[in-house]
Design a binder for this molecule. Sequence first.
Ligand SMILES: NC(=O)c1ccc[n+]([C@@H]2O[C@H](COP(=O)([O-])OP(=O)(O)OC[C@H]3O[C@@H](n4cnc5c(N)ncnc54)[C@H](O)[C@@H]3O)[C@@H](O)[C@H]2O)c1
Length: 394
Amino acid sequence: MLLKSQHSGAASRGTHLIRILMTILVTGGAGFIGANFVLDWLAASNEAVINLDKLTYAGNPETLASLQGDARHQLVQGDIGDAALVSRLLAEHQPRAVVNFAAESHVDRSIHGPGEFIETNIVGTFRLLESVRGYWSGLLDSDIREQGLAPTGVQAQAPTKGGFRFLHVSTDEVYGSLSQSDPAFAETNRYEPNSPYSASKAASDHLVRAWHHTYGLPVLTTNCSNNYGPYHFPEKLIPLMIVNALAGKPLPVYGDGMQIRDWLYVKDHCSAIRRVLEAGRLGETYNVGGWNEKPNIEIVHTVCKLLDELRPKADGTSYATQITYVTDRPGHDRRYAIDARKLEAELGWKPAETFETGIRKTVAWYLANPEWVQHVQSGAYRDWVSKNYAGRQA
Ligand SMILES: NC(=O)c1ccc[n+]([C@@H]2O[C@H](COP(=O)([O-])OP(=O)(O)OC[C@H]3O[C@@H](n4cnc5c(N)ncnc54)[C@H](O)[C@@H]3O)[C@@H](O)[C@H]2O)c1
């Protein structure tokens, strides 16, 4: 049974009712990785999630439709940079942790309009850190369970200052680009971001680090390689290829298609975040990756092959005939590769999927969920937002 807290901070005021289960605050939890994280979290635990998301074009609450009416999940539309809102949510829900996914995340968009990236990824993270610092400073040092205020028979818990954690989700793109012969990125690599997106994420990582060293805020940072999997917005490589292939459209490949990325199935990223949140050393950064370096063109061919097998074209030709090379993106990094040995050795994390199993699941998911794709493409998910969330926004 889920028992949600009614009175946050009640113990310190001597009231008899205190929170029953812990809560976490997730930001950007209606986006691709954040939504997968929330769904996986609530599939495995009864710990409530407050989900703060601005619902930009990338935020899609339809992804979270299965949680409608589930008291463990509350979606709040709002900005991480809105200090009044964030402080109110923290005070009201007393989370024991904050997991920060919220960001502008698409490199191409950052090239055409970097302003939003500076606003959310840098200024927004700064404001979020300040709100969290205010909340964390006010947490009790002792555990209120010891004060004997829990209703009989119920294991009551409350966040403590010592137990609180802020986990910042970041990317391998902050490390810049590798040549063919360079070793994979380790946590000790210097930051050399090349796009407005990666520069803004690098800046946010530095802020998180500084808030730990200067104010003692208990932070953790994860830097992950390219994710793929269900609920990925079809502007990114893998879903774009699947969706365009099925629609009989060209499959646009930048330059020579030999840009190498290191791919991780999204649910493996989520399990890594859960593990770091649980046992990571405060102030540390952990690289997350699946040892799956692949050139983009190979990814496109793999997707085509799977579609040829699972949804063959009526005329018998391969989807690969739709591949079209287009002018490369400016400043396109050639190679990313993640050395995830620290996370594996210290915290015993390992990905559950190989690239072959993960990509098969992903293609199968897109074939089984044409409605989700169609709503994203037509913008119908926006109507879904206004229908289902009207009046529920902060
Ligand atoms: N996608 C990847 O391959 C990848 C890899 C490594 C790290 N990351 C990082 O993981 C995080 C999530 O990535 P994603 O791919 O899910 O991104 P996404 O673009 O799919 O989702 C971002 C979410 O953040 C929300 N958001 C944007 N601005 C906000 C603001 N100011 N306040 C509150 N919410 C806001 C959006 O509405 C959206 O729901 C990002 O920080 C990204 O840098 C992504």
